[in-house]
Design a protein around this ligand. Structure first.
Ligand code: GLN
Length: 235
């Protein structure tokens, strides 16, 4: 358990679409509101991934930066070692696919992932783009997910992971589920950014690192959630 939180934002120069960097800001804000001190490291793709972080974040991106990011993470090995010592990870879209064993490249060719999650991705028939809402695995105690997705990829979950949620609206993994988790690693297709629209997910990551959290004022988060959910869910 920690009162000093170390966040690591991986490859902002390659992977950070649709406000994914907001996930870092939300964790910083929600940790500080609980009295924690926060230190954030932005790791460019030319730099090694530090191993001593508490929560790692990686975002989405286009196919070529995704391929490059996967290669560099695999060669670097720092993220594997960090997860091995118990760090948490939120991986979004391209970052999510990279964590699996394989994903589809720009021509649909199989590209090796880094194997942190038991998932494999390929290219779907058509682009999944738009709002998404999904019910989270009750074991995680997180309210309905809301977000924005934009991807060609479809993802098959292996027995080593559990679905993060079941879709109500949207495509997610492509089989009625959205995202997955294993240990303290969460993968999701959600942008928007995911943690601004789902503070419960932010608090799950924080509680895995820092233990039970005091409630904080969520008025603005709740307004955003209500507005976004009302736009897609039947009244
Ligand atoms: N390039 C990947 C896909 O289309 C990921 C896209 C993204 O990160 N938004 O599936």
């Amino acid at each position: 358990m920690t009162s000093h939180l170390r966040l690591v934002w991986i490859y902002p120069d390659l992977l950070s679409t649709y406000g994914d960097q907001g996930n870092v800001l939300v964790l910083e804000q929600r940790a500080r509101a609980r009295g924690m001190s926060v230190e954030t490291v932005h790791v460019r793709s030319s730099d090694p991934v530090p191993e001593q972080g508490d929560i790692y974040l990686i975002g989405g991106g286009e196919d070529r930066p995704q391929i490059l990011g996967a290669e560099r993470l695999r060669k670097d090995g720092g993220l594997h070692r960090a997860i091995g010592r118990g760090a948490a990870l939120l991986a979004v879209c391209a970052g999510y696919q990279i964590m699996g064993t394989v994903f589809g490249g720009e021509e649909g060719q199989p590209v090796p992932g880094i194997g942190l999650l038991d998932i494999s991705s390929g290219r779907g028939e058509r682009r999944a783009v738009g709002e998404l809402a999904a019910e989270v695995d009750p074991a995680l105690g997180v309210p309905t997910l809301t977000g924005f997705e934009n991807h060609m990829g479809v993802t098959r979950l292996g027995p080593g992971v559990r679905p993060l949620s079941r879709t109500i609206v949207g495509t997610g993994n492509g089989d009625g589920t959205e995202g997955c988790y294993a240990g303290k690693v969460i993968g999701t297709y959600l942008h928007g950014p995911a943690l601004a629209r789902n503070p419960g997910l932010a608090d799950l990551l924080l509680a895995w690192t820092a233990g039970p959290l005091a409630p904080i004022d969520d008025t603005w988060y709740q307004r955003l959630r209500e507005e976004r959910l009302a736009a897609v869910l039947p009244g």
